[in-house]
Design a protein around this ligand. Sequence first.
Ligand code: SF4
Length: 319
Amino acid sequence: MVDNIRELVDAVKTKGAKRVLVQVPEGLLMKAQDILDALEAAGVRAFMSLEPCYGACDLRDAEAESLGCDLLVNVGHSDFGVNERIPTLYFIWKVDADVKPILEKEYEKISEYKSIGLLSSVNFLHILQDAKAFLESKGQRAYIGKGSLLEGQVLGCNVSSALVVDKNVDAFLFVGSGHFHPLGVGLRIDKPFFVLDLERGVLERPDYTKFLKQRYAALALARDARTFAILVSAKPGQHFVDPTVIKERLGRLGRKAWVFTMDRITPDKLLGVNVDAYVNTACPRITVENRGAFRRPLLNPDEFAELMRSIEKDAGVAA
Ligand code: SF4
């Protein structure tokens, strides 16, 4: 049984920190007081941020600095190289689960595939080896790819663990919980895609038709747009593209664009902005999960690139 709080305290002590700001994902907020108590009991002055924490991209480092902290503790995520203003500890919160009974019960659904790529979110990665052993015991090949993240790990903004084994597999199986991580993969690959949900105890093939339809509708509407708002998040790890490059590319096609920054990108902040379409340069989940809530078509950078290619092709312009 994993004792996450004890391991977290040990990791903070190893860093020699005296004063820390801790940030946790929403699902761990019920542990907030226990974490603070354990740190204080170990002689570490500890604060907890109650701002939402979406990932390792979402560092409350300015808050930590203003509180005079010598360490920021980002719980539940793994380091993927964000520029930090103060030393940061990424603490992976492991969740125990037994994958075998679910695989036994649901195996028929994936038995026809000879070779399967296994994926997960960071808190369940340790379970992938059990899934691999199970599939191999059935005579299948199982791959756990290593892209730019940890082995088998996927994020909504990074599915490199899937892409590196894509050519070797007939299907992918995501093992974990929640719907966003699998959605990120499911929309980016062409292979049959299954999700083993450890919380619900089921294995199923999700239907992402609704999201694909929303995507095509947004692309079609944005084709006629003359004015664009380019949306930039202040979160330090969500700067995936340079907004000025997007602005200049639009300008070359006679489109007008403005760059707007905010911490969390939400539809209400755009109520006073009068444009025909938005380009989201930050977390792709904002677009994928919430596209319908925005008044104008909202595109992620890859969708924007697709739009530009088609407009440039029609206009006879080189990209
Ligand atoms: S998917 Fe979004 S929230 Fe998750 S790490 Fe990427 S940018 Fe951050």
